[in-house]
Design a binder for this molecule. Structure first.
Ligand code: C5P
Length: 205
């Protein structure tokens, strides 16, 4: 069983993917982390994330980098969004994701193009959405908890910019697969979203 979970930043897709993996006893890959590692590695290399050659050179990041807490920062999220527009970067990360999806027993992957590109034959595809307001509020509370000094307006502006870049890029834009189930979490808290996602998957298997 392959479960594909796609959606924009702070839609709840990561939380849902993790919970589905735990519930169904499947391994989980947060594919955004791979793009974040490339974004971070570009900076470590002193390169420019908007330059295709610099971004491609950063795809050979070391596995240790995936555990770096810096990857979770908003700044690295922005860098990830910039390096992810380069087709060479997407190609370099493709096999790793496909191999994860193809492992025996199945897997849960979350990202932007799992249902459309990485695992088009997934058993179930969820496209998780939420309003910009709901997503900005969630991200704001998360960052306050971490002690990051940000304003809600700055977060909303950053989310909108990232959405626009992810949705309009030529290669693997953020769009629901034709056979994806659209799942809006704007009005749901964490537990309600998880319970509803489990019910959606159970209906399909
Ligand atoms: O999901 P997360 O916020 O960690 O992703 C960071 C960035 O990486 C996204 O804004 C997107 O540009 C890129 N990404 C992608 N394809 C994926 C996962 C993430 O382009 N499968």
């Amino acid at each position: 069983m392959i479960i594909a979970v796609d959606g924009p930043t702070a839609s709840g897709k990561g939380t849902i993917a993790k919970a589905l993996a735990a519930h169904f006893g499947l391994p989980h890959l947060d594919t955004g982390l791979l793009y974040r590692a490339v974004g971070r590695q570009v900076v470590l290399n002193g390169g420019d994330p908007d330059e295709a050659a610099d971004a491609l050179a950063a795809c050979t990041f070391s596995e240790d980098l995936l555990a770096d807490p810096m990857l979770r920062s908003e700044e690295t999220g922005g860098l990830a969004s910039r390096v992810s527009v380069h087709p060479g970067v997407r190609a370099a990360l493709l096999e790793r994701q496909r191999a994860f999806a193809a492992q025996q027993g199945g897997a849960v992957l979350d990202g932007r193009d799992i249902g459309t590109v990485i695992a088009p034959d997934a058993t179930i595809k969820l496209f998780v959405t939420a309003s910009v307001d709901a997503r900005a509020q969630r991200r704001y509370l998360e960052m306050c908890k971490r002690g990051d000094p940000v304003t809600r307006d700055a977060i909303a502006a950053d989310l909108a910019a990232r959405d626009a870049r992810d949705r309009t890029r030529a290669q693997s834009p953020l769009v629901p697969a034709p056979d994806a189930v659209l799942f809006d979490t704007s009005e749901l808290d964490r537990d309600a979203a998880i319970a509803a996602a489990i019910a959606l998957v159970e209906k399909r298997i």
